[in-house]
Design a binder for this molecule. Structure first.
Ligand SMILES: Nc1ncnc2c1ncn2[C@@H]1O[C@H](COP(=O)(O)OP(=O)(O)OP(=O)(O)O)[C@@H](O)[C@H]1O
Length: 281
């Protein structure tokens, strides 16, 4: 377990997931997947379309049971972690309540928490902002739109609201499924910086699915490259860029070298999928 105990890490062991197909053989979405995410780390998952990234997130979120293998979220099953509101999820589409304000969208989970009688440990020193929705939204640059409805917000603002909603749970783990993929380049960069800014203080454990090599490298401690046919982990690439990260690092030789490594691994995953498809056609 890489020297980590179950309570200190998310541990995925030999996980497999299979879906029945409408016709033909079943889809092996995950096959012998092993992954350890130590507490407080930021891990990105990248891979060809259909390689099982979202399936892996759903298994971690307790939304589906894996067919085989085991998953521990800091010592609990994913279902137990989800029931304890220890898992925050930021989907690709923000799915905000359209008739509620930005503030109400974030407050609603606080109410769910209180109704569940959930007690959270005090946040790290200096991170008290996370316990107060107004402070949290202000921290994410949304102080001027607290009372706006989602339809009045830009895409970037909507995603930051979804991030605030997830963070308001004070989750032990934050699962993010291509949260910035629909944003234009500059809005995306701003959202990345906002995320890095709050993450650098909260140090919530993050599993972040993306199709962007640059985004994966810029944000992460480790980039996990998946391959498809069947869905599996091809390699894990540690990112040793200094923190705090910023877009000034994008032009550094270290950044380019890491992007190159991820691109090579991803290229191999795509090529292999093509070979596998060719051989089974
Ligand atoms: N509920 C389901 N029923 C049947 N097949 C499914 C189901 N969910 C996913 N799959 C299949 O499992 C495989 C993995 O899907 P998944 O959505 O996890 O991939 P992904 O890597 O997230 O893809 P993308 O990058 O396109 O979002 C795909 O072949 C997909 O068609």
């Amino acid at each position: 377990m890489n020297g980590q105990t179950a309570g200190e890490s998310i541990v995925v062991r030999d996980v497999g997931q299979v879906y029945a197909a409408r016709s033909g053989p079943p889809t092996v979405a995950l096959d012998h997947v092993d992954l350890t995410v130590p507490r407080g780390r930021f891990v990105s998952v990248i891979g060809p379309s259909g390689c099982g990234k979202s399936t892996l997130l759903r298994v971690l979120a307790g939304l589906e049971e894996p067919r085989t293998g085991s998953v521990s979220v800091f010592g609990a099953t994913p279902a137990a972690a989800a029931a304890a509101k220890s898992v925050g999820f930021v989907p690709q589409v923000p799915a905000l309540l359209p008739w509620s304000s930005v503030l109400q969208n974030v407050q609603v989970l606080g109410r769910v928490n209180r109704a569940a009688g959930r007690r959270r440990p005090a946040p790290p020193a200096g991170c008290e902002f996370v316990t107060d929705p107004v402070s949290l939204l202000t921290r994410l640059g949304l102080q001027d739109v607290l009372h706006a409805r989602p339809a009045e917000l830009s895409g970037g603002m909507q995603q930051r609201t979804a991030l605030a909603r997830a963070l308001a749970l004070q989750p032990d783990v934050l699962l993010m499924d291509e949260p910035f993929s629909a944003l234009d380049e500059f809005t995306r960069e701003a959202a990345q910086l906002q995320l890095l800014d709050v993450w650098s203080e909260l140090r919530t454990t993050v599993v972040f699915v993306t199709h962007s090599i640059t985004e994966a490298v810029l944000l992460s401690d480790t980039v996990v490259v998946m391959a498809s046919g069947p869905g599996r982990i091809a390699t894990s690439i540690p990112v040793d860029l200094a923190r705090p990260r910023h877009h000034g690092q994008l032009d550094s030789s270290a950044m380019h070298a890491l992007e190159h490594r991820v691109r090579q691994a991803l290229g191999a995953a795509y090529a292999e999928a093509g070979v596998l498809r060719g051989s089974t056609a």
